[in-house]
Design a protein around this ligand. Structure first.
Ligand code: ADP
Length: 398
């Protein structure tokens, strides 16, 4: 079966078409600047040159239509007609209390619509993508795969905030966690590399990218994760502050005369590694600035590394031990320096990285030193493939 994966952002649509007989990517692409001037589609058919098309792309419906036209184009398309697409899998960031991927029906769509209030920037576009497909591919099954679903196994003591209970219930305030598709994918890969069933392992997965989160996985289930009610919580990130004393929020709003929207912007866009260093949100720039002696870049880096270390320690305690530690996403896959710094002086926990093996970038590798009790892996994440697999499973089951 051929499966189309759509990942709709506020002004972009990313797509990949998989042939699930051998899990190969037939084509991938991106529509950018939807609703803005200079909209553009970049289409990459496997084994051929990329195609760039500028067009007026007013909304997600037009964008999805352009993706489908690119896939069926006589010259650079990879399928003859839309009928070859057996199913569409949508990445939906917030799945509320959905604990699995679901077939999109009138009922599930209504629930996803309701969740827009919890994640307007993410779920709104996702819903538009679903509706666009319903219009263009009315008889093709569609599946929603949620970033939050994997974390629905967390026990109440891990997901409940110590705020007034009724208030939290009324507003659906709890830890949801995000990046679940990535954590699940790399955990499954890690179990494969370790040669043991995931159900028997204690695993910590570190998804370190622009947005970063860490998950403790026990017997194949998410036990705890660093992101919370929103993807702002947990680690210091590129531009997000992660965990801070919550009193700072009201203190700063009062002192600086900030509105809730200003404060939201400050914590999401002007904080994190960018806010501390004043240099950049990108760790490549931070590493360069540190090499040039920039003290604030060094401070931002130290804060990040220390936060990751603390989560690994806390989650090792929560798991009562650790078998496998995984690094993934832009930074986790590509920065030997960050991995080395995180794992330095962790031998008490049985974590020892091999300096030579750790020089890997963007490839699957066991980087544990001889004698390391914990197996340490670098595993490139593949959320799209995971979404395609989930979509196939849901369509087959349904
Ligand atoms: P997103 O969360 O947007 O999906 P990615 O997982 O692609 O982000 O991660 C992007 C981040 O990864 C960049 O901002 C950068 O900080 C980091 N990164 C990517 N490549 C490298 C590298 N070679 N060295 C250090 N950091 C890197």
């Amino acid at each position: 079966m051929k499966i189309l994966i759509l990942n709709c952002g506020s002004s972009s649509v990313k797509y990949q078409l998989f042939d699930m007989t051998n899990e190969t990517v037939l084509a991938r692409g991106l529509v950018e600047r939807i609703g803005l001037s200079g909209s553009v589609l970049t289409h990459r058919p496997a084994g051929k040159d990329k195609v760039v098309r500028e067009a007026e792309i007013g909304d997600h419906k037009v964008a999805v239509r352009l993706c489908l036209e690119a896939l069926t184009d006589g010259e650079y398309g990879v399928i003859k007609d839309y009928g070859e697409i057996g199913a569409v899998g949508h990445r939906i960031v917030h799945g509320g209390e959905f604990c699995d991927s679901v077939l999109i029906t009138r009922e599930t769509k209504a629930i996803i619509g309701d969740l827009v209030k919890l994640a307007p920037l993410h779920n709104g576009p996702g819903l538009l993508g679903i509706e666009a497909c319903e219009g263009i591919l009315p008889s093709t099954p569609q599946v929603a795969v949620f970033d939050t679903a994997f974390h629905q196994t967390m026990p109440p003591y891990a997901y409940t905030y110590s705020l007034p209970y009724d208030l939290c219930r009324r507003h659906h305030i709890r830890r949801y966690g995000f990046h679940g598709t990535s954590h699940k994918y790399v955990a499954l890969r890690a179990a494969g590399l370790a040669g043991r069933p995931l159900a028997e392992l204690k695993v910590i997965t570190c998804h370190l990218g622009n947005g970063s989160s860490i998950t403790a996985i026990k017997n194949g289930k998410s036990l705890d994760t660093s992101m919370g009610f929103t993807p702002l919580a947990g680690l210091t990130m590129g531009t997000r502050c992660g965990d801070i004393d919550p009193a700072i929020v009201t203190f700063l709003m009062e002192k600086e005369g900030l509105t809730p929207a200003d404060m939201d912007q400050l914590m999401n866009r002007r904080s994190g590694v960018l806010g501390v260093s004043g240099v950049s949100s990108d760790f490549r720039d931070i590493e360069d600035a540190m090499a040039g002696g920039n003290e604030r870049a060094r401070l931002a880096w130290d804060i990040f590394v220390y936060a990751v270390k603390k989560y690994i320690g806390a989650y090792t305690a929560a798991l009562n031990g650790l078998d496998v530690l995984v690094f993934t996403a832009g930074l986790g896959e590509n920065s030997p320096a960050v991995r080395e710094a995180i794992c330095r002086d962790m031998d008490y926990l049985g974590i020892k990285v091999d300096a030579v093996k750790n020089q890997v970038r963007g490839q699957e590798k066991d980087i544990s030193a001889a004698g390391s009790r914990v197996r340490i892996f670098v595993i490139p994440t593949n959320e799209e493939l995971m979404i395609a697999r989930e979509t196939l499973a849901v369509v087959r089951a349904g």
